[in-house]
Design a protein around this ligand. Structure first.
Ligand code: HEM
Length: 265
């Protein structure tokens, strides 16, 4: 009775709601980042030149005298994404089953209720757990080598650095986790919900499934493309794609530095 009185006199904490909001906000930014990341990364499907163009744009190579861009941008991007990634993971851990017994109860519930949303929640727990390791390895690699985003160096990492398997696992986990997460955010905060709630939910579910398939396809094709490039570059590991530069006389008499693409492009 005494403990009941103490509990009921306690001021309700807003902390859980704030933590929930922070988890949604970091999840939203990371989810949108992953959408863009996999699209940019997928440019390798269209060849080395396309990937080089995209990375050049992201590193603002058009603003640098050498044409090499500013890898420091990648470095800062990795730092920001890593902070969001770690914060999001720590906030997510609050909801993980934290003992074998809890895990068993949860697993039994999933089987017993056969309820899609509960199953999806469990998919989030498992993919989030795997990403904690796989995502950290990838982020650290990019953190330690910010100047190595290049068609050949990236492909070398995938093939000669044996990263292909980690990328494959990470791809499946991140595509499921990000898109299920974005769908759950829409449901939780009522975004895109029309007058007919059931219809809106079905539409969102269909959109989510299509986006998952889309990103899995471009992700797998991307890894395949990197693998093909990396296999052909096995004897020149560490050499960059942009090897040769030349000065071209422009009609107005201006001199522009331009990279010559490989003859086999
Ligand atoms: C700013 C931070 C990041 C940078 C600069 C970055 C950069 C890259 C680059 C350059 C590649 C091509 C392969 C390579 O060069 O090794 C790649 C592949 C990949 N990244 Fe990231 N990444 C970042 C964050 C993340 C995060 C947070 C995730 C998910 C947790 C992620 C998931 C992936 C996956 C799944 C692939 C393989 C995709 C494919 O080729 O189909 N990345 N990343």
């Amino acid at each position: 009775m005494e403990s009941y009185t103490i509990e009921s006199n306690k001021k309700k904490s807003r902390l859980p709601a704030r933590l929930d909001f922070a988890q949604s906000a970091t999840g939203l930014i990371l989810g949108l980042f992953i959408w863009m990341h996999l699209l940019f990364d997928g440019s390798i499907i269209f060849g080395k030149k396309a990937f080089s163009f995209v990375t050049g744009m992201l590193e603002l190579s058009f603003l640098s005298d050498t044409g090499h861009g500013f890898p420091i941008i990648v470095f800062f991007a990795v730092v920001v994404i890593s902070i969001l990634f770690i914060t999001h993971a720590l906030l997510g851990m609050r909801k993980f089953p934290n003992s074998y017994q809890q895990h068993r109860i949860m697993a039994d519930q999933v089987i017993m209720t056969n309820h899609m949303e509960t199953k999806l929640w469990y998919v989030q727990v498992i993919t989030g757990f795997i990403m904690f390791f796989a995502g950290s390895v990838h982020l650290y690699t990019m953190f330690a080598n910010p100047g190595s985003v290049d068609p050949y160096l990236s492909a070398d990492r995938v093939v000669s650095g044996n990263m292909w398997f980690l990328y494959l696992v990470l791809l499946v986990c991140v595509v499921l986790h990000a898109n299920i997460g974005l769908y759950r955010l829409c449901m939780k905060w009522g975004w895109f919900s029309g007058k007919d709630a059931k219809r809106s939910r079905l539409k969102l579910q269909m959109l989510r499934n299509r986006i998952i398939v889309f990103y899995l396809v471009i992700g797998v094709l991307g890894i395949l493309a990197f693998t093909i490039v990396g296999m052909g570059h096995r004897d020149k590991v560490g050499e960059r794609y942009l090897g040769q530069t030349t000065s071209l006389e422009m009609p107005q008499g201006l001199v522009q530095t331009r990279y010559i693409e490989d003859s086999n492009e």
